[in-house]
Design a protein around this ligand. Structure first.
Ligand code: GRF
Length: 189
């Protein structure tokens, strides 16, 4: 049995897709959804699916070892960041080497780094009149969006794609691929 933990800060559409993808898989269990925002819709969604949820504040994430302690007790095979907005502390990364992964809505190393998240990424892509964009799934290290790449998926942009269209295309690409990449990683472990 493989166990997964998901970290998310907001809506959690990727978290939802991952949960649904593994719902009928008796080899993979989502053992918890963690959020830095106790009002995050992702927590309600997980509770409705009978998945344990944990919310935490800055102090228990960065200053104390409260969250790290829970993670160590669960000892998941992978920790999945899906729209999680905080940088992961180094001691957490060191405790789970090659086990924390993230999804970023651009073709890294382009449009990554501090301050590059959500619509800011897509606005920059459109401003530069890129002909393609995509998503990157990567291991997490102590720098924003700089960990080793696991997989990338591309889409073409047409000149009349606006922000709304790019957001829609990227989400579609994420939803179609994140859970599959997670499954492949688990199989290779
Ligand atoms: C996704 O676009 C992901 O690439 C980024 O945050 C967004 C989360 O969206 N890291 P959602 O909450 O899963 O809808």
């Amino acid at each position: 049995m493989h166990s997964l933990i998901i970290f998310a800060s907001g809506t959690g559409s990727n978290a939802k897709k991952i949960i649904e993808y593994f719902e009928d898989n008796d080899q993979v269990e989502i053992v918890g959804v963690f959020s830095n925002n106790n009002q995050a819709p992702v927590l309600k969604m997980a509770e409705n699916k009978d998945i344990k949820t944990f919310s935490f504040d800055r102090n228990s994430f960065y200053k104390s070892d409260d969250v790290l302690h829970i993670l160590k007790e669960i000892n998941p095979d992978l920790i999945i960041l899906a729209g999680f907005m905080w940088i992961v502390p180094e001691r957490m990364i060191d405790s789970f080497p090659n086990k924390i992964i993230n999804i970023h809505p651009s073709l890294l190393p382009k449009y990554g780094g501090k301050g590059m998240y959500g619509n800011r990424v897509h606005k920059a892509v459109l401003a530069n009149r890129e002909s393609e964009t995509g998503i990157s799934i990567h291991y997490v290290n102590k720098y924003y969006d700089e960990g080793k790449l696991i997989a990338q998926f591309k889409i073409n942009l047409s000149p009349d794609d606006d922000l709304e269209k790019v957001v829609e295309k990227i989400h579609k690409l994420e939803h179609a691929n994140y859970a599959k990449v997670i499954e492949q990683l688990l199989l290779s472990k």
